[in-house]
Design a binder for this molecule. Structure first.
Ligand code: SF4
Length: 451
């Protein structure tokens, strides 16, 4: 049978691999055994040395890159990542999984885009790995892993309530009898067999349950467990120092995810037609209140943080940071005549932040997209359109005083907040400092200045 941890790196087997074989000090050391496994993976592309992971750190980064590329790249070549489906890699793959979890937990909010990508990538890896197994091996490993995950004899639906609450699973996906989930063929036939006179109950079982429902439950449970694992590490790291290698991996993951996502549509639930890319906004210059909002707001104030605070800040920061020094009224199209910056940079960032919220803003309040359009000055419409400009007013950014009054949980002042009365002033000043220190590219500043 296949290795359990190849599908579930959080299993006892996976935890033992990490305990016995993980060595944080060697994360970025060349690993000849790993390279050998990769090079000898069936159908692996070997002509391009850049795609071959040479260290466990590379493997961790490529694990996430694989998912972003697979999801977004129309010319994706599966052979570039064939090693991810070679079971010989299981030990390194399991260690890479745990290291990614630690690195992301140390750097990002559990609701962040980065953590979501990791959790989703695990779900897709499980799906793809199962698909590549022979039918009998596939059902054998699914049964084995489910028997480890489903620890109740009589499986009440409430056992899966977290999956249902987070919409990973729907109650409609399940077959229930008196609140109990039916997965077993004999049990299904015993409970419902008499109800089917014109079709074989066995056939109905295969359609309603079969391997597909078991695999769906297994997949979503491991995704949920990965999410919970990151939350747990995140809490623990409040009292424990992060290992320098994990910090280094977090830096590289952040850089790689940002680069790879920027190559493709950066908001993966687009508001309008076409793809939208996050562009020249300098995130490093965001004040704490804005950085926290972009990471996702999970308590009260979520809607105001996205619709009032972030929408006005991002739009003015990108298009007209000097608003408070100017006298006349200005419209978005005075600066962004065809709305390409709004569509490609401003809305993607706002939508990304909305998606990072708990619960994601548009999932329970899709109408807030209209309020965002309205605050940009384009009336009560789903997407900004030049024809509607002027129907509402382009809302100016909130002052620090207002933020501290209405959204106090977001104001986590740092030393740069001194003598600042508006997040926009913070941003302009910080961007200027970063530019002088050579920490942001000159071309970025030149482009901004030319606009
Ligand atoms: S002082 Fe102003 S800029 Fe700084 S975090 Fe608070 S609200 Fe934001």
């Amino acid at each position: 049978m296949s290795s359990i941890s190849f599908i579930n790196p959080l299993s006892n087997e996976g935890q033992n691999i990490v305990k016995q074989s993980a060595d944080l000090n060697s994360v970025f050391e060349r690993n000849d055994d790993l390279i050998n496994i990769v090079m000898h993976s069936n159908r692996q592309t070997i002509s391009n040395s850049e795609i071959i992971p040479e260290t466990i750190g590379d493997l961790a980064i490529n694990r996430i890159k694989w998912y972003i590329e697979r999801k977004n790249n129309k010319d994706f070549n599966p052979h570039d990542y064939a090693y991810l489906f070679n079971e010989d890699i299981v030990e390194y793959d399991t260690i890479a999984f745990h290291m990614i979890a630690q690195a992301l937990a140390s750097r990002f909010n559990p609701n962040s885009r980065e953590v979501k990508l990791f959790v989703e990538s695990q779900g897709f890896l499980i799906e793809d790995r199962l698909t590549k197994l022979m039918a009998n091996e596939r059902s054998e490993i699914v049964e084995e892993i489910l028997s480890q995950l489903l620890t109740q004899n009589d499986l009440e639906w409430t056992f899966l309530k977290d999956l249902i609450a987070s919409k990973k699973l729907s109650l409609c996906d399940l077959v229930l009898e008196n609140g109990e989930i039916i997965l077993d063929r004999e049990e299904f036939i015993y409970s419902f067999g008499e109800n089917f006179t014109d079709r074989s109950p066995d056939r109905i079982y295969d359609i309603l349950i079969g391997n597909s429902l078991k695999e769906l439950i297994l997949n979503k449970m491991i995704m949920q467990a990965s999410e919970d694992y990151i939350k747990k590490i995140n809490t623990m790291l409040a009292t424990v120092e992060v290992h320098p290698m994990i910090e280094q991996l977090a830096d590289l993951l952040a850089e790689s995810i940002s680069e790879t996502m920027t190559k493709y549509s950066s908001y993966y639930g687009s508001a309008g037609p076409g793809s939208m890319k996050i562009g020249k906004l300098v995130r490093e210059a965001f004040p704490p209140c804005i950085a926290h909002t972009v990471d996702g707001v999970s308590s009260g104030g979520r809607n105001d943080a996205i619709v009032l605070l972030l929408t006005s800040f991002v739009s003015y920061a990108r298009l007209y940071p000097g608003i408070f020094a100017s006298e006349g009224r200005v419209k978005v199209s005075d600066i962004d005549s065809n709305l390409s910056i709004v569509m490609n940079e401003i809305l993607p960032l706002i939508y990304e932040a909305a998606d990072n919220c708990t619960p994601p803003l548009f999932e329970d309040q899709p109408q807030e997209k209209i309020n965002i359009t309205s605050k940009l000055g384009f009336g009560m419409h789903e997407v900004p359109d030049l024809e509607n400009e002027g129907e509402t007013t382009w809302y100016t950014p909130m002052s620090c005083e207002k933020i501290q009054m209405h959204l106090p949980q977001l104001c986590k002042k740092n030393k740069d907040c001194q003598k600042i009365n508006n997040p926009l002033s913070y941003y302009s000043r910080k961007r200027w400092i970063l530019s002088k220190e050579g920490k942001i590219e000159d071309s970025e500043e030149k482009t901004e200045a030319a606009e």
